[in-house]
Design a protein around this ligand. Structure first.
Ligand SMILES: *[C@@H]1O[C@H](CO)[C@@H](O)[C@H](O)[C@H]1NC(C)=O
Ligand SMILES: *[C@@H]1O[C@H](CO)[C@@H](O)[C@H](O)[C@H]1NC(C)=O
Ligand SMILES: *[C@@H]1O[C@H](CO)[C@@H](O)[C@H](O)[C@H]1NC(C)=O
Ligand SMILES: *[C@@H]1O[C@H](CO)[C@@H](O)[C@H](O)[C@H]1NC(C)=O
Length: 179
C-alpha cells in the first residue's frame, strides 16, 4: 500500500520532470559580430517565425581567408538575474581536435549537437568554404536543452567566441527564455 503510494508519487515526480523538460525554449535575440570583415563576414544572421510552432535560426558566415586550419571556440552560458551572470558553463576547446575525435568533450558535443545537423560544419579541418547554419528549429534546441536537466525556467544568453590562429575573429550572442 505504502509502496504503491511511493511509486505513484515517483511517477508523478517523473511526470513533472519530463513535463518541465519539454516546456519550450524560445530564442529572443541573435547577434553576430565579425571582428575583422576582411577575414570573415556574416551574410545573414537572424531568427524567423513562420508561425507559432515553427521558428528558426539561420546564419551564414563568409570566410575570406581560407583554408582555416586552426579553430578555437569559447562558449559561455549566462543566466539573467540582475543582468546576465555566468552560469554553469564556460568552456574553451580546440575545434579541429574536437572534429577529429568527438569523444571526451561532453560540453562541446552538447553545443555542437544544437546546430551541426542543420549546417555544413560537420567535417574535419581545414575549412575552405563558407559556413551555413540553415533553419535550426527552436524545437530542436528546446529538445536538446531538455536532455540536460535541470535548467531552471529563466532567461539565458549563450555567448560564443571564435578564434583562428589565436586571433579572435567573431562572436555570436544568442538570447533566449526557457518557459
Ligand atoms: C584583418 O584581416 C586581414 C586578413 O586576415 C589582415 O590582413 C588584417 O591585418 C586584419 N586587420 C586587423 C585590424 O587585424
Ligand atoms: C507552421 O509552418 C510549418 C512550415 O510551413 C507547417 O509545416 C506547419 O504545419 C505550420 N503549423 C501551424 C500550426 O500552422
Ligand atoms: C571564461 O573563461 C575564460 C578563460 O578561463 C575567462 O577569460 C573568461 O573571463 C571567462 N568568462 C566568463 C563569463 O566567466
Ligand atoms: C557529425 O558527423 C559524424 C560522422 O559523419 C556523425 O557520426 C555525427 O552524428 C554528426 N554529428 C552531428 C551533430 O550532425
Amino acid at each position: 500500500m505504502c509502496r504503491a503510494a511511493i511509486e505513484l508519487f515517483s511517477s508523478f515526480l517523473l511526470f513533472l520532470i519530463i513535463h518541465n523538460a519539454y516546456s519550450g525554449f524560445e530564442f529572443t535575440n541573435l547577434k553576430c559580430i565579425s571582428y575583422n570583415e576582411s577575414f570573415c563576414s556574416f551574410e545573414y544572421c537572424f531568427l524567423k517565425a513562420i508561425n507559432r510552432t515553427y521558428k528558426y535560426v539561420s546564419i551564414k558566415v563568409k570566410l575570406h581567408k581560407v583554408p582555416i586550419k586552426k579553430v578555437k571556440i569559447n562558449f559561455a552560458l549566462y543566466q539573467r538575474l540582475n543582468g546576465y551572470k555566468p552560469f554553469l558553463y564556460n568552456v574553451t576547446f580546440d575545434g579541429c581536435k574536437y572534429l577529429s575525435n568527438m569523444k571526451g568533450y561532453p560540453v562541446a558535443t552538447y553545443i555542437f549537437n544544437l546546430f551541426a545537423p542543420y549546417s555544413n560544419i560537420n567535417h574535419s579541418c581545414p575549412y575552405d568554404h563558407d559556413i551555413i547554419v540553415e533553419k535550426v528549429p527552436f524545437s530542436h534546441v528546446s529538445a536538446q536543452m531538455s536532455n540536460i536537466l535541470p535548467f531552471p525556467k529563466s532567461s539565458y544568453a549563450f555567448f560564443s567566441e571564435w578564434y583562428s590562429d589565436g586571433i579572435k575573429r567573431a562572436r555570436i550572442e544568442s538570447y533566449g527564455t526557457l518557459t
